[in-house]
Design a protein around this ligand. Structure first.
Ligand SMILES: Nc1ncnc2c1ncn2[C@@H]1O[C@H](COP(=O)(O)OP(=O)(O)OP(=O)(O)O)[C@@H](O)[C@H]1O
Ligand SMILES: CC(C)(CO)[C@@H](O)C(=O)NCCC(=O)O
Ligand SMILES: [K+]
Length: 274
């Protein structure tokens, strides 16, 4: 007899890549697929859903994360047509933590989801203070403190910075090919090494420096989590210990979908114990 295993899909549309994570039982990753971000949702390659259109692994729910409303609309349309499912989009009303940011709904949902992803993966961190550093098209930091999301930093990302050095005309060719972390040293002994030191190592030291500033102003230490496509490349460059999980956003998304925010869990657990 064939097994029957409905899956949930969390789908992130990024500036450079889309990442699809298929989940079983709302908790365990069944598979992860990536594709180059197509210019709109009607151009998603069919292969992204291979194996999940048969009866054994039907897709039951889709969560769609995108920081662009154009992409949200065009990818929603794709899933509606392809699966007859209207994807769930991020909504502040189901986010389990207060957002101390002005205004709260201006914070990128990718940042909020990654913070929630830390708590999904390490539930006891809901009691702690931590920062998520996302190394992607942008380098962002988002701080969680006293049970709230309290802000952080946004900078242009390493690929963007590499691309604009020298007005975009210099020396490096394809930034993707020139990110060679094993060769990054400071002082950089050539143009390439100097640019690598300035942009890649510089981005890492900037995150570390900002973290010290945040610890100073908050008066507590912050645990550091790295996420985003470049996290594996930058992790070895950090002086301070850090956790790495490339898919924090998806972990946050699956938690939001399960509707098991800490508050709700506490309430239902409390009811059970009555
Ligand atoms: N090994 C690598 N060398 C160079 N660049 C890389 C490498 N791996 C990923 N990248 C680039 O790093 C960037 C970040 O990837 P990632 O998928 O995390 O972007 P993102 O920030 O999540 O996407 P977006 O900002 O588009 O949402 C992309 O521009 C990607 O092309
Ligand atoms: C900064 C980005 C682009 C990083 O992906 C995203 O989180 C975003 O669009 N944020 C909105 C601005 C803010 O977070 O304050
Ligand atoms: K990002």
């Amino acid at each position: 007899m064939k097994s029957f295993l409905p899956v949930t899909l969390t789908f992130k549309v990024g500036i450079s890549r889309c990442v699809a994570v298929f989940w079983e039982n709302g908790r365990t990753i069944h598979s992860i697929r990536t594709l180059k971000t197509p210019s709109d949702g009607s151009l998603v390659p069919e292969s992204i859903l291979d194996g999940y259109l048969e009866k054994e692994h039907p897709i039951e729910r889709v969560f769609l994360s995108s920081v662009s409303s154009f992409w949200s609309a065009s990818f929603s349309e794709y899933f509606r047509k392809r699966l007859s499912i209207a994807p769930v989009l991020f909504s502040l009303s189901t986010y389990p933590f207060p957002i101390n940011y002005a205004p709260p709904d201006s914070m990128g949902s990718d940042r909020l989801l990654s913070v929630l992803g830390v708590v999904e993966r390490f539930p006891h961190f809901v009691e702690k203070s931590f920062a998520v550093a996302d190394f992607g098209s942008h380098t962002t930091m988002t701080v969680f403190h006293n049970g709230q999301v309290i802000g952080g930093s946004i900078a242009s990302g390493i690929p963007l910075s590499l691309g604009v050095i020298g007005g975009g005309r210099v020396v490096l060719g394809d930034p993707g090919r020139t990110l060679r972390p094993s060769r990054i040293s400071f002082p950089g002994g050539s143009t390439e090494e100097s640019i690598q030191a300035g942009t890649v190592l510089g981005a890492v030291r900037s995150v570390e420096g900002l973290l010290f500033d945040a610890e100073d102003s908050l008066g507590c230490s912050l645990e550091l989590f790295l996420t985003g496509g470049l996290a594996p490349i930058v992790k070895p460059m950090f002086h301070r210990p850090c956790f790495m999980d490339r898919h924090l956003l998806h972990r946050g998304a699956i938690r939001l979908l399960r509707g098991e925010s800490e508050g709700q869990m506490t309430r239902s657990d409390a009811q059970k114990s009555v």
